[in-house]
Design a protein around this ligand. Structure first.
Ligand code: AMP
Ligand code: ZN
Ligand code: FE
Ligand code: FE
Length: 288
């Protein structure tokens, strides 16, 4: 891996709430000049095979997922996202947990739609589910229905407090974060805390939790992310240095569901090499 390699370790496809198919995602990653891209759909490995099949020459694919987790150390519990890289997708306990979360997301999505309908808002669950096309369903899919109904203009507006951000927000049945770290490790994967200081999205966890997670097997922290301010990025880097954790930077690309572009933030080759060295589940695959 050359020192100038461009590595983006967090991107979504239509296997969850991105708008590019897995094949389109890897082509877009190559077009963006990336050397390494990770496919990290929410709670699924469903995009892995299609991404691999379409892998363009010169690009390496890191197979991963972004796990919906929750920390139960405070009341109410705080939701958070755990990136998991290069784990064995056939490990039964982790696979069962992901399937459970996907089912719970569907139930939650349907309940959100019923809340909207009870207020006279014209959205249709079957249509929203069809929009997810078999991928993990999430609020961005409901946001599209609100846009189609002419109620909001953008996904960002749909995530505002009057809509999916607060008034029509329901919790998901997430995975206890300590259990998730253990399951990812047991499946040979490498767990990295996604956007840990993204306070503009909601409540964030205290550093003490990150200290405890590091002791429990957390491998890294995502520092460079559009939802972190400059000060938050510096804080995450300092905390990672204290705890001996690796640091990543990533776009968290969602296609047209967000404005951020592939490669907007990147990971240092040294951190990437550490992830590869820790992984025991599957390996990164480079084509050509
Ligand atoms: P869910 O997983 O159903 O709770 O929905 C959260 C997803 O929506 C995450 O993947 C976020 O990336 C995305 N998201 C959260 N806030 C926003 C926002 N303000 N604009 C666009 N997408 C968002
Ligand atoms: Zn998402
Ligand atoms: Fe996330
Ligand atoms: Fe994400």
């Amino acid at each position: 891996m050359s020192a100038a390699a461009r590595i983006d370790l967090h991107a979504h496809s239509t296997a969850s709430d991105g708008t590019l198919s897995p094949a389109e995602l890897v082509r877009a990653a190559a077009d963006a000049g990336l050397d390494v891209v990770a496919i990290t759909d929410h709670d699924t490995t469903g995009g892995w095979d299609a991404a691999l099949d379409a892998l363009p020459p010169g690009l390496a694919l890191v197979r991963g997922a972004e796990l919906s987790c929750r920390w139960y150390g405070v009341e109410p519990a705080i939701p958070l996202h755990l990136l998991a890289y290069l784990f064995d997708p056939a490990e039964p306990e982790l696979a069962a947990e992901l399937a459970r979360v996907r089912r719970a997301r569907e139930e939650r999505g349907e309940r959100i739609v019923r809340l909207l309908q009870a207020d006279g808002i014209d959205v249709d669950w079957a249509e929203i589910l069809a929009g997810a096309a078999g991928g993990t369903v999430g609020r961005p899919h409901i946001a599209q229905a609100l846009i189609r109904a002419g109620l909001v203009a953008t996904t960002t507006e749909a995530f505002g407090p009057d809509w999916l951000g607060e008034r029509y927000r329901l919790p998901k049945e997430d995975i206890d974060v300590f259990r998730a770290v253990a399951l990812v490790r047991a499946a040979g994967g490498v767990p990295v805390f996604a956007h840990p200081r993204a306070s503009r999205r909601g409540r964030i966890v205290p550093d003490e939790l990150i200290v405890a997670l590091a002791a429990a097997g957390l491998a890294g922290l995502e520092a460079d992310h559009e939802d972190h301010s400059r000060a938050e990025r510096a804080h995450v880097r300092a905390l990672a240095a204290d705890l001996g954790l690796l640091v990543t930077g990533s776009s968290d690309f969602h296609g047209t569901h967000k404005t951020v572009q592939l490669g907007a933030f990147t990971t240092e080759p040294e951190a990437y090499e550490r992830i590869i060295a820790l992984a025991r589940g599957v390996t990164p695959i480079a084509s050509g």
